[in-house]
Design a protein around this ligand. Sequence first.
Ligand code: AMP
Length: 279
Amino acid sequence: MIVARTRAELETALARLPRPLGAVPTMGALHAGHLSLARRARAENASVALTIFVNPTQFLPHEDFERYPRPLEQDLALAEEVGVDLVFAPPVEEVYPPGFATTVSVAGPSQHWEGVCRPGHFTGVATVVTRLLNLLRPERAYFGEKDYQQLQVVRRLVSDLALPVEIVGCPTVRDPDGLALSSRNVYLSPEERQRALALSRALFTAAERVAAGERDARALEALMHQHVSAAGLEVDYLAVVDPVSLEPVSEIRHPARALGAVRVGTVRLIDNVALVPPP
Ligand code: AMP
């Protein structure tokens, strides 16, 4: 496995890799969710490149950029284990050299939910994803449904800018009790982790109700609120949305998505599930 730190090292390494190339952009602190993306990329491509970059522009000033976990040696060992060929782990100035002055801003699916709670977040995401895709020039790039709105923003971005890459969305990997894996779960105390389960349980309850014939989105949102409030979680949003536009829906006649963001103490968690009405 090659580890590239600079754009020059990346270019040299890319020239040696057989195509097609699958790219897996991450912020590191790798867990089984990230590794599922890397394995999928491994199965579908001749080469796999995983990027590890804690992108400062997608964090708001008060957020956890400084304390975000950065266990690089452990990440490299895990990447190697799943058959990654190339890790690109650049310092900030390789991604944002002096004079960097461009942002990529996606409207549409950015406009609700995370876009409201974290203003500017998706502009940071879209800018870094555009730059990483242009540096790696992969045939395919793998993103998790865990960050469902981000996945739709990236799909919109790639379509609107005609970027020559196929975006592959991958299912959310969960702990056996349902908690979606996240690099931020390490911040949870055992007691907080237990209460955090209310988020995935609320979302799964909504999905069960929809499968059983419930179509009223507001009723489902109220139900999810009850679940997470009972566990003492602060709700940023719990919403039933169109799976592509991310606009709220009122009646579930077609597949939709339930999205949630909550705060457990100082830790902010997001999750989502598919809502599939009966035929
Ligand atoms: P991050 O390092 O949090 O920026 O995540 C990098 C990629 O891994 C993103 O495409 C995420 O959606 C994806 N990812 C994070 N957690 C999970 C998970 N539990 N299951 C599947 N994919 C995930």
